[in-house]
Design a protein around this ligand. Sequence first.
Ligand SMILES: [Zn+2]
Length: 138
Amino acid sequence: MELPFENVKYLGEDTSISCPVCHCNIFYLEKGLPEIACPTCQVHGTVSFTGSKYKVAWNEDDIKNPRFSTARQHHHGEWIRNHFKEETPQIAMQETQTKMKQYQAWGIIYNQLTPKNNIISNKEVPRTWQQTRDMPKT
Ligand SMILES: [Zn+2]
């Protein structure tokens, strides 16, 4: 446990394109090729194909601070706090409250649509859904 992270050697199977942090070889295209990123660690890289081999130039800063590092966790917490401050007034708006009630009503409807309880009360169905349900079938 006292071994510095840089000196830790991965003992599993590795490929030329494995993530340098978690060693998986599944990536997502955030912006499109040749840019790739590990969906777990959010380490970014640029993939190239030379001869018959793939190679990835990994972002060294991402390797030092992958998604679950203390620095990135702190950044994520700051992001959530900032959005909470910005969005609180928006959430308090009447228009937003109305939409939230509609979405919550959909949850009530979904919970009522079980095989043993397939009856929905009109009181809890949003108006737009009542209209859809009451439309004649073609
Ligand atoms: Zn990874």
